[in-house]
Design a binder for this molecule. Sequence first.
Ligand code: DAH
Length: 355
Amino acid sequence: MTDLSTLEQEIFSGFANIKSKTELENFKIEILGKKGKLSKLFQDLATIEKDKKKEFASEINILKSKVLDKFQNLTNQFDQEELEKKLQDQTVDVTLPGTNRPQGKVHPVSQVIDELTSIFAELGFSVAEGPDVENEYNNFTALNTPPNHPARDMHDTFYLDESKNLLLRTHTSPVQIRTMLNGKPPFKIIAPGRTYRCDSDQTHTPMFHQLEGLYVDQNVTMADLRGCLDYFLKKFFEVDEIKMRFRPSHFPFTEPSAEVDIGYELKNGKITIGQGDKWLEILGCGMVHPNVLKNAKVDPSKYQGYAFGVGIDRLAMLKYGINDLRSFFESDVRWLEHFGFNANDVPSNYRGLSR
Ligand code: DAH
């Protein structure tokens, strides 16, 4: 018969040598497994004389519970050590200086579109959209520019599929037609977007951006147009006064038509917008031609309105002092880092447009 106190000593000196949870688990099998040293004792019980059986059984049970306690304690100890090690590996020193993550910037064109949207929203304009791939009817014919009209040549159009009359829109004016055909007057929209012409030099790129404006109602006048443009230009250039003149011009889709110039001056190579004795052409506008209204299913005897078109890239160049348009579309990260805007500074009229 096994001597219990010797066994106990043997087991506990075994415990003393255990250094890991895996070792502990193996040891547990050695002692308490099916063929373990302690389990074996219970088998021995069968061979013991009846009167000693009870006493021996209670002694083994005492030993077993001591051993189980020790196992539990060691398990807890190893778990605790493991947790502490994990926490140590994951510590963050909050007193260390932060690292700059690479940050995206908002392109000046997107910035200017946001600024314009904010300004015109205040005047009650909503944003309308049209596709870059347009049909010839919306881009020209409906805008009172029939085939063979000389204005078509001036646009240097990219035709995509002549048989289907598809082209890349040469201006945002077709959005006027789409908007009016899709709704009922009054209309008060702006339409910013991409436009395309086969042209490339320092101030022209094959793709550029325009913003179209359209306001049609029963008593819209040219004075309203002037007031709207004056407000928009002052807000956009963030100046209190702006010198502005309407110069008679011609567009097929407006009658009368005008080009708008604003005053500026150059001092030490720096341009100041709003004042000065020089004139800068900034946009085209006019009263919507009755033929355009008719083509868009709006009754010209009841409704009239104004329209304007302005180059977004040009506005960005003027406001932010960028002098080569081509640089806008070269995707040079250093350029964007320099001229781009913080994505969190959404332009708003009351908080400031470009600050
Ligand atoms: N669509 C013209 C262009 O691209 C610009 C323009 C002029 C738009 C007068 C208008 C307008 O709405 O009334 O050159």
